[in-house]
Design a protein around this ligand. Structure first.
Ligand SMILES: Nc1ncnc2c1ncn2[C@@H]1O[C@H](COP(=O)(O)OP(=O)(O)OP(=O)(O)O)[C@@H](O)[C@H]1O
Length: 267
């Protein structure tokens, strides 16, 4: 197992044309940490992950992964260190699961775009990691939404990076597979020394599986800490615009939320 790497997001500003989104975001993720990124729809979570994956360049500020400034690296070089599970990976009609997951090896390819020795083994391992090897020869467009989501996770794992960014990894999954995917991420993080940041809308999962919760609102970080420290009724109200109560899991050391009703939107 190689050494895990940390992520530093320093003073990052970013906007789409006419739409400022991030206004001075600072986050330091420790090597090997599992962090949940939470916040309301449209607050900039996916945008921040795309910046950390090197797919978007911040207008101001910088991002360091393993001490290296992403501004000095090509996208492809960054993709050797950081994998991002997108909400929707493009699938060419008829493309098989194995072919899609092999695309995860893109950044590791040689100068002529040739797959290298060992790539097939990495692809097989990624298919096994998320339990989708049995579908390897099926067309991706014949899979259900939940099955495709697991294939997308396999594609991200096939990048074989030290940093794994997961944008809503449990979307479309039934509860059984939500827990299965989250436990797989926890296990791989431990076995392979991964640093993981995942966007989660389900606060129960964030509180249960993440060591740390970072919350975005109004373009900045408004809460950052261990779940049992940050998840309070005030957090539910300020970050998620929900009135509710917070208790403690009777068998674990994590908070449990009892949401009651939505609060008026602040926008
Ligand atoms: N390509 C784009 N062009 C213009 N605006 C965009 C683009 N992508 C996102 N936005 C806007 O930027 C803001 C942040 O979007 P982002 O997808 O980062 O939010 P999010 O927190 O991930 O939301 P969600 O929880 O709904 O997935 C939103 O207002 C969105 O409409």
């Amino acid at each position: 197992m190689s050494e895990p790497v940390g992520i530093r997001v320093e003073g990052v500003h970013f906007g789409y044309p006419g739409r400022p989104v991030l206004r001075g975001v600072d986050v330091a993720v420790e090597p090997g940490e599992l962090t949940a990124l939470v916040g309301l729809n449209g607050c900039g979570k996916s945008t921040l992950l795309r910046i950390v994956a090197g797919l978007l360049r911040p207008g101001e500020g910088r991002v360091l992964v393993g001490g290296h400034d992403l501004a000095r690296r090509s996208r492809r070089a960054t993709a050797r260190h950081v994998a991002l599970l997108h909400q929707s990976a493009p699938a060419v009609p008829g493309m098989t699961v194995r072919q899609l997951v092999r695309q995860g090896r893109y950044a590791a390819r040689g100068p002529l775009g040739m797959l290298r020795e060992g790539d097939d083994a990495v692809v097989r391992r990624a298919l096994d990691d998320v339990g989708v090897a049995a579908w390897a020869e099926r067309p991706v467009d014949s899979l259900s939404g939940g099955e495709r989501q697991r294939v997308r996770l396999a594609m991200a794992l096939a990048q074989d990076t030290r940093v794994l960014l997961l944008d809503e990894p449990t979307t479309y999954l039934d509860l059984h597979h939500q827990l299965d995917v989250l436990q797989t991420v926890v296990r791989l993080r431990e076995e392979r020394g991964l640093t993981v940041v995942m966007v989660l809308h389900d606060l129960a999962h964030a509180a249960r599986f993440a060591e740390r919760i970072v919350a975005l609102r109004d373009g900045g970080v408004v809460a950052d800490g261990a779940p049992k420290e940050v998840v309070t009724p005030g957090f539910l109200a300020d970050v998620l615009r929900v009135a509710g109560r917070v208790g403690r899991d009777p068998e674990g050391d994590w908070p449990v939320c009892y949401p009651d009703h939505p609060l008026p939107s602040s926008k």
